[in-house]
Design a protein around this ligand. Structure first.
Ligand code: GAP
Length: 511
């Protein structure tokens, strides 16, 4: 645990030191759970957004984009259920005065049991070696069975009480499971209360005439209210999708863990409109497709797992998270939700406008069902950044800090380094940059010895260094150094574009 915490601290300080993420309004001591992206962070975030957008919109003939406003008519949020149901159950510890989400306390308790069970299994696997049969061991070992039963019972009871909105039972469950405050260690809890997560604001010049608005807590509703506009103007046929990226706002009760849970964050969402009855097929399709997208980045297949929801949101008939192995353990990275026709039907009811599709093959009109994929851009940033940051022991006994960002996402693709600041080498380096800059973000670096420059670029996440030396003037070749393997090759300046293209191009990563 201490090791994980140390790693997480390193991630946060490295993100700041290398211009990725700063606390918001830091000169005023920051603002809780709000962050700014620096010069490198803005690029990495843009590249992740683009990687998502291209794979969703550009690669799929039946998915189109949208950019809807953050402010929406206030009735939107009544129809969507957010006014009544977008709340978290909160509980305070009377001794530490810390506030928690009651459901998260129980989920963390269940996860601890899961970890215990996995530890037992790992021990047995070590003992039995190749002859180990995991399935049989899980089904017969009393300790593992005990942990799993306790885990299942806790999550099932939580889901049942939350469904019934029985907050007294949730508190009783926390007490029965003897869950203690991580801060004070005490079990002295307040009652559980519901807390709506939407931020309110006002539109209008004077207090009397102003309209109460909400900052959108998800981008999805902008898609639903534009369903017919897009369908008609784009002559879209079901099944089809609408994708958008944009800011969302939630007054989170517990906003910790850096950019994992923020109060202002960005989502990348896609609503896929399908025939009623076909939603489960598409739900499975999108679960698999989205997992493949994640895996395409090469952060390690073992770092992902699905978590199927037992407690479903008010709009869903099936839901799963893609969880990622963050520095603080496996947590939700993306949600795939089968939202039924809940949203479109609700908007029909509240607006009085029909939101239906005439299906020429069936010769009938219906309200489409929706399968949604929804991922937090900031959370994706954290997944990429925290996995990429590594300390490496080198063969010569030294070590290096390296940020192994996937090249397709790296803020700066290459640094061009003249070996010395004279003899015409800087001029050649600038010429190389001038040729490459139309396609790639390439920078110039001449300060310090070349070895130190390599280390600096390793830590900043730059996948390639291009060194111009005295031989370059004779043979027109430069040294290209690969950040991850540290291997170097001599390459003709005219071939640089092709080489970078092969390693960085979206096509290479997605195929
Ligand atoms: N439209 C469905 C929806 O919003 P969600 O599970 O509440 O579903 C989707 O959110 C994704 O948005 C999450 O998987 C997560 O990546 C991201 N997300 C949600 N709340 C967040 C927060 N407070 N800070 C950062 N990312 C958040």
């Amino acid at each position: 645990m201490a090791k994980q915490e140390d790693q997480f601290k390193k991630v946060i300080s490295h993100a700041k030191e290398y211009g990725y993420i700063f606390p918001s309004s830091e000169i005023y001591d920051g603002l809780s759970a709000v962050y700014d992206y620096g010069q490198n962070g803005a690029e990495l975030k843009k590249n992740i957004r683009e990687y998502w957008w291209k794979s969703m919109v550009q690669m799929n003939q039946n998915i189109v984009g949208l950019d809807s406003a953050i402010f929406m008519h206030p009735t939107t949020w009544k129809a969507s259920g957010h006014v009544d149901a977008f709340s978290d159950p909160l509980i305070d510890n009377k001794d530490s005065k810390k506030r928690y989400r009651a459901d998260v306390l129980v989920e963390d308790y269940a996860e601890k049991l899961n970890i215990k069970a996995e530890k037992e299994i790992a021990k047995a696997e070590k003992r039995f070696g190749d002859s180990f049969d995991r399935e049989q061991y899980e089904a017969t070992n009393p300790r593992v069975i005990g942990y799993r039963e306790k885990q299942k019972s806790a999550t099932a009871r939580l889901a049942k009480y939350l469904d019934a909105d029985d907050l007294t039972a949730v508190k009783a469950l926390i007490e029965e499971l003897e869950i203690a405050c991580p801060e004070s260690g005490s079990k002295n809890w307040t009652d559980v209360r519901q807390f709506n997560l939407m931020f309110g604001t006002k539109l209008g010049a004077s207090a009397e005439t102003a309209t109460d608005l909400f900052l959108r807590p998800e981008t999805a509703q902008g898609i639903f209210v534009n369903f017919l506009n897009v369908q008609k103007t784009g002559r879209m046929k079901i099944p089809f999708g609408i994708a958008q990226t944009g800011k969302a706002f939630r007054n989170e009760i517990v906003a910790r863990q850096f950019i994992f849970r923020m109060r202002e964050f960005e989502q990348m969402e896609m609503q896929f409109f399908v025939r009623p009855g076909e939603e489960m097929k598409w739900y499975e399709h999108w679960k698999e497709t989205r997992l493949m997208w994640h895996k395409s980045l090469g952060l390690g297949d073992e770092n992902y797992r699905f978590h199927d929801h037992e407690k479903l949101a008010h709009y869903a008939n099936a839901a799963a998270d893609i969880e990622f192995n963050f520095p603080f353990g496996f947590k939700e990275l993306e949600g795939i939700h089968s939202r039924t026709d809940f949203d479109l039907k609700a908007h029909e009811e509240f607006s009085g406008k029909k939101l239906q599709f005439f299906d020429p093959e069936l010769n009938e009109s219906y309200v489409p069902y929706v399968v949604e994929t929804s991922i937090g851009l900031d959370r994706m940033f954290l997944a990429v950044f925290s996995t990429a940051l590594q300390e490496e022991e080198l063969d010569n006994g030294s070590s290096r800090t390296v940020l192994k960002l996937p090249a397709v996402l790296a803020p700066v693709k290459a640094a061009v380094l003249p070996l010395v600041k004279k003899d015409g080498l800087p001029e050649i380096a600038h010429q190389i940059i001038d040729n490459l800059k139309f396609d790639y973000n390439v920078i110039y670096d001449e300060k310090d010895a070349v070895g130190r420059r390599y280390r600096r670029q390793d830590a900043a996440g730059t996948p390639f260094c291009i060194t111009v030396d005295h031989d370059t003037k004779e043979d027109g070749k430069v040294t290209v150094r690969d950040r991850d393997s540290m291997e170097q090759e001599r390459v003709d300046i005219d071939e640089l574009q092709t080489l970078l293209d092969k390693k960085i191009n979206f096509k290479h990563w997605m195929s």
